[in-house]
Ligand binder design. Structure first.
Ligand code: RRO
Length: 312
């Protein structure tokens, strides 16, 4: 029984990996993912220059998930490119993901030009869905801008590239976004980022639980799973077969990973539960996923990927 997968024509020994933002801020955290059962890692979203992010506390967990308003703290694209360059030499049989975000089209072009000019052999995840930078809306909700960005991206960048999207909540939005995305040679769509601008409060103190933006932040974990599965399956139904799906949102058990793959995911990412449990979670999730596959008589992900049944 194998949980290996293929994305953008690249082989991965395990379909499970971290979600951008969790255990990927610096070499120390990325090394822990490298030394775990995860199939690969994605870096924290890298920007043109390093950022310290929002004021703390900026991440809180509850029994049902998490809220964050990190504000894109990261060490800058060059740091992550240098780390990946080292890993490409040290562990050459694996392929790595670089997450990036520009604050405008010129910055996206600049970031992609840096990657294009480097020795990077991995996959780019363009983050179109950060909900936590004050004054900067989630790009994924501005359909015209998404089309404009992707038009330029594929003029300047030739390597495998996918996008991280925010969750959508309307069938017409799934239709409209899929129509735009199908015009481009995307390697993948990663659904979903956190549900933007939720509010988790503490009754006892009658206060919000994180400091930035008066407590508003991106919601992850159990709260997110049904929305994530809907987005994974909606895009699996609508996108051309060459655009694969990465499923992210509410994965804390092998069953959650199984459900994402059943909805069409080729790779699955773990955020909130990885934050809570640490990189040993990948051994547990892999074992649990394999147990489910064994019980169902499946030996590979292709036996059930996307094969969700309907009631009619
Ligand atoms: O850093 C963040 O505040 C953040 C980002 Br860039 C993102 O894409 N999603 C999220 O929940 N937090």
């Amino acid at each position: 029984i194998s949980t290996k997968t293929t994305l953008a024509g690249i082989h991965f020994d395990n379909c499970l990996m971290n979600a951008a933002g969790v255990y990927c801020y610096d070499a120390s955290e990325l090394n822990q993912i490298q030394n775990s059962m995860a199939g690969t890692f994605v870096t924290k979203t890298g920007t043109v220059t390093p950022r310290t992010g929002n004021q703390v506390p900026r991440y809180r967990a509850t029994h049902l998930g998490s809220i964050n308003s990190m504000g894109l703290p990261n060490k800058g694209l060059q740091y992550y490119m240098d780390y990946i360059s080292q890993q490409q030499k040290a562990v050459p049989h694996k392929t790595y993901f670089q997450s990036i975000a520009g604050f405008n089209l010129a910055e996206d072009e600049y970031l992609l030009a840096q990657i294009q000019a480097s020795d990077f052999t991995g996959v780019v995840e363009l983050n179109l869905s950060c909900p936590n930078v004050p004054g900067k809306p989630q790009i994924g909700y501005d359909f015209e801008t998404v089309e404009k960005i992707l038009t330029r991206v594929f003029e300047v960048y030739r390597g495998p590239l996918g996008i991280k999207l925010p969750p959508y909540f309307d069938i017409v939005h799934f239709d409209q976004m899929a129509t735009i995305l199908n015009q481009f040679p995307l390697a993948f769509v990663n659904s979903v980022n956190s549900i933007g601008n939720g509010l988790i409060i503490d009754s006892l103190s009658e206060r919000v639980t994180i400091k930035p933006k008066h407590g508003f932040g991106g919601i992850g974990g159990d709260y997110l799973k049904p929305t994530a599965l809907a987005n994974v399956h909606a895009f699996y139904q609508r996108l051309k077969p060459s655009i694969q799906i990465i499923g992210t949102g509410g994965i804390k058990s092998g069953q959650d990973a199984f459900e994402h793959i059943l909805c069409g995911a080729s790779m699955v990412q773990v955020g909130t539960a990885l934050h809570a449990e640490g990189p040993q979670i990948f051994a547990r999730l892999t074992a649990e996923l394999k147990t489910i596959m064994y019980q169902k008589g499946y030996t590979t992900l292709t036996d059930f990927r996307g094969k969700l049944n309907y009631l009619d």
